[in-house]
Design a protein around this ligand. Structure first.
Ligand code: ZN
Length: 166
């Protein structure tokens, strides 16, 4: 049986990095930028996460998954901290994660600085299927609070937009 401190914080970081996002299972919470840091502090493991969307229900699922993985690795003394500052922005998404979102049929988030001052109906999105920008917003709340529903006027397919940003 392993001593609880035998795992380096970087090894635990890698374990937690791979947790799939409950809403978009093709990307991990590491790729999303939700997982911020993992550190041993005086024998206690401190984990810091930042929610992508204030009040996003997915965070509860992510926290539960983190606790499960820690338990599997005999880590019982830990502190799971949720920090809201600095606030998560879509800039934290890796290009790889944006590509995966696109392949999943979800329009990747725009650069946050580009949409910060726009109302949702002013954001012009590219269709993830045909790349047409003749799209329009049909519902600001899609299957979850984090996603908006759009419709492509070119290929006539609905698609979701991952809008978790501030
Ligand atoms: Zn289209």
């Amino acid at each position: 049986m392993k001593e609880q401190s035998s795992l380096e914080s970087s090894e635990i970081f890698q374990l937690l990095y791979a947790i799939p996002d409950p809403e978009v299972p093709v990307i991990t919470i590491g790729e999303l930028g939700v997982l911020r840091s993992v550190d041993w502090v005086n024998g206690q493991l401190n984990i810091t996460i930042t929610p992508t969307y204030s009040g996003c229900p997915a965070m509860f699922a992510i926290e539960a998954e983190i606790k499960t993985i820690l338990k599997e690795n005999n880590i019982t003394d830990f502190k799971l901290k949720t920090v809201h500052f600095p606030a998560w922005t879509t800039d934290w998404l890796s290009d790889d994660a944006k590509k995966k979102l696109s392949e999943y049929g979800i329009a990747p988030p725009q650069h946050s600085s580009q949409i910060k001052h726009l109302r949702p109906d002013e954001v012009s999105l590219q269709c993830p299927f045909c790349n047409s920008d003749k799209t329009h917003l049909t519902s600001w709340f899609g299957s979850t609070a984090c996603k908006a529903l759009y419709f492509c006027d070119n290929c006539r397919q609905p698609f979701e937009h991952f809008k978790c940003h501030h």
